[in-house]
Design a protein around this ligand. Structure first.
Ligand code: ZN
Length: 637
């Protein structure tokens, strides 16, 4: 296929199949889906269903199904490339041109090679800076003065860019090479008529290599050694480096993160390195920019708990407030977000120097939970003694509260705010989240946005029918699907649930025997690359994948279950999309609990088997058993 797979998936994540099909077929909302008369076979009552959450259409009469691209091909008679181009034009996404002809494909390969080359150039510079550090007593003295040992300097690959305008010329004999400019190492000024000027960007600075999660050097931060300005200088944005996405120290921190159970987000690279020196090797820093939603999303891929540690000054306070805004949509009930405010005159390093590492560890564990910071932020400047002040608080709090994902935390906060504002719980809820008016008969849902896990859009309706103990009508003769199949179905139908799982769940699912484990590993990599995707886009990514057959089999049953009776009129008392999503999440949780119990049982058997030769195995067995029993008989709530 000439068009890159990842582009097709991004396209399908942005496109709305309801919109595309709706151009040709009159659709009517029915439950979570849209129904219409099938354009592929003659019929009088609608059995053609389009799912906005899955981004997939399915006909229960003739069995035709597919995503938006498939629909354009089948119905409008386009070939694959035409359908992709048509769709891309509708959504204003330029089709990557590099891949449309052999020459252009060649160009794309060159662009990829170029990124690799940029990384090589940066790596070579990093190694030169490290060598210069060894030869610079002043730079070594500076680092020693900050309390750093050679070991930590080596771990983070610290270096030194000497004074002088063209020091890099000794490392790169062709100083005119455009790669030096493209990688951000060299600054180039072409003057009118005059000769062109080139010089090193980093001079007389301690150099902090910035690595991506694969460990490749993608840029540098440089701290001036003397009194020059700016104090901190970063690589510019390049094809390999984007500061709104990258976090300094994440690569180096990976191992410690898991051990510590949380990630510490600080303001600068010196904080990260100093903290590592004090034994807190699980710190990262944003790169001279406010925390972005991409940063937060990335952090949660590595840990379920994030502690923002900002300096105690006004700038730190502002940075924390910004971090609160971007973290809110990710604050699900299984995650923890906290804010550590150091005394005004301190950064983490100076705090530990004065009070010691234990005191710092204590202040981390006493850090302010997101819920409290949220309330503080909302009531700032509001006089709660007056009705006006309380109304002001309500208006401050509303956008913050609405950003939170649905869950227990959100509901508790509603109660707290109701208290503060002196309104009844239901009054406040109807003020903030008025019940949506019944959708007009032909009204369409807004396009499902696969990238926005926080949008609170409905989960698929079929899970409800699947979740009850009684099988849905018409399904009685079907064998119950295996638990692993069931988990596949829930997660492929609503991938947003993947991010709400904890690390243990992820690991357990990825370690299931093939093909299920392979499929979950693939799903995880998709999540890392694209965020959550609707089924229509996942289906495209699975083409020719070893797990394609499993996914299609499982999703086919999902569709069959979904419309056990497609002609049924929508039930006015049907549960809300939010309720369905909650139900589906609860179902997944119960299912994972069962899978975890099975896994523990298998581990118990293993422990018993090795108890004859390994004395510690018995203890392990008891721990496993205790854990399993607590899962089997959860305490009554
Ligand atoms: Zn049909």
């Amino acid at each position: 296929m000439a068009i890159p797979q990842s582009f097709i998936q991004e396209l399908l994540a942005r496109a709305d199949v309801v919109d595309i099909v709706g151009r040709y077929v009159q659709l009517k909302k029915g439950g979570a889906n849209y129904m219409g008369l099938c354009p592929f076979h003659g019929e009088k009552s609608p059995s053609f269903s389009v799912s906005p959450t899955k981004q997939f259409f399915h006909c229960f009469g003739c069995g035709k199904n597919g995503n938006a691209i498939g629909f354009l091909m089948e119905h409008a008679g386009m070939n694959f490339v035409e359908a992709v181009k048509d769709l891309a034009q509708t959504y204003g996404m330029p089709v990557p041109e590099d891949d449309t002809s052999p020459q252009e494909r060649e160009r794309a390969a060159q662009a990829r090679a170029r990124q690799a080359t940029l990384s090589d150039v940066l790596e070579k510079a990093a190694s030169a800076y490290r060598k210069h550090l060894k030869a610079s007593p002043a730079a070594i003295d500076y680092l020693k003065g900050r309390g750093l040992t050679g070991e930590v300097a080596l771990q983070y690959g610290l270096g030194y860019a000497p004074e002088g305008w063209r020091t890099l010329a000794s490392t790169f004999p062709d100083y005119q090479d455009a790669l030096l400019v493209d990688s951000g190492l060299v600054i180039h000024h072409a003057e009118d008529g005059g000769e062109d000027k080139r010089y090193d960007r980093f001079r007389d600075r301690i150099m902090f290599p910035i690595r991506n999660i694969k460990g490749e050097c993608i840029g540098f931060g440089g701290r001036v050694l003397g009194e020059g300005t700016p104090k901190y200088l970063n690589s510019p944005e390049t094809p390999v480096f984007s500061k709104g996405r990258e976090l300094y120290g994440l690569f180096e921190a990976r191992a410690s993160l898991r051990e510590a159970g949380y990630v510490l987000v600080t303001e600068g690279y010196m904080d990260v390195v100093a903290l590592a020196q004090w034994g807190f090797a699980h710190a990262v820093a944003t790169l001279g920019t406010a925390c972005t939603s991409e940063h937060v999303q990335k952090l949660f891929r590595f840990s379920d708990a994030v502690v923002f540690a900002f300096d105690g000054d006004a700038a730190g306070r502002r940075a924390a407030r910004k971090a609160l805004d971007v973290a809110l949509p990710f604050a699900t009930d299984v995650r923890s977000v906290k804010f550590l405010f150091l005394p005004a005159e301190h950064d983490p390093d100076s705090y530990i120097r004065q009070f010691g590492p234990e005191a710092f560890a204590r202040s981390v564990s006493d850090a302010m939970p997101l819920s409290r910071f949220l309330i503080d932020a909302a009531r700032e400047g509001c006089d709660l003694g007056s009705a006006e002040g309380r109304a002001h608080l309500a208006s401050n709090a509303k956008p913050l509260w609405l950003s939170l994902p649905d869950g227990a935390l959100k509901r508790q906060l509603l109660a707290e705010f109701a208290d503060l504002i002196q309104l009844g719980l239901h009054e406040l809820q109807s003020l903030w989240q008025p019940p949506s008016p019944a959708p007009a008969k032909w009204q369409r849902r807004t396009p499902a946005d696969g990238q926005a896990p926080q949008d609170g859009s409905p989960s698929s309706g079929f899970t409800r029918r699947f979740s009850s103990d009684k099988p849905a009508r018409g399904l009685g003769r079907q064998l119950p699907a295996s638990r692993a199949d069931h988990a596949v179905r829930l997660l492929l139908s609503d991938m947003r649930q993947w991010q709400d799982l904890n690390g243990e769940d992820h690991q357990m699912l990825c370690e299931l025997p093939a093909p299920h484990g392979t499929l979950f590993t693939w799903l995880d990599s998709q999540y890392q690359e694209h965020g959550s995707l609707p089924w229509g886009a996942l289906r495209e990514g699975l083409r020719d994948h070893p797990c394609e057959a499993l996914a299609l089999k499982v999703m086919d049953t999902a569709f069959a279950a979904q419309t056990a009776s497609p002609e049924e009129e929508p039930d006015p008392k049907a549960p809300s999309p939010q309720a369905l999503a909650r139900e589906s999440a609860a179902e997944l949780k119960a299912l994972l609990n069962r899978l975890l119990i099975e896994r523990l049982k298998a581990q118990e058997t293993q422990a018993i088997a090795s108890a004859q030769t390994d004395p510690s195995a018995l203890e392990r067995y008891r721990a496993l058993q205790a854990r399993r029993r607590s899962l089997e008989n959860p305490p009554e709530v």
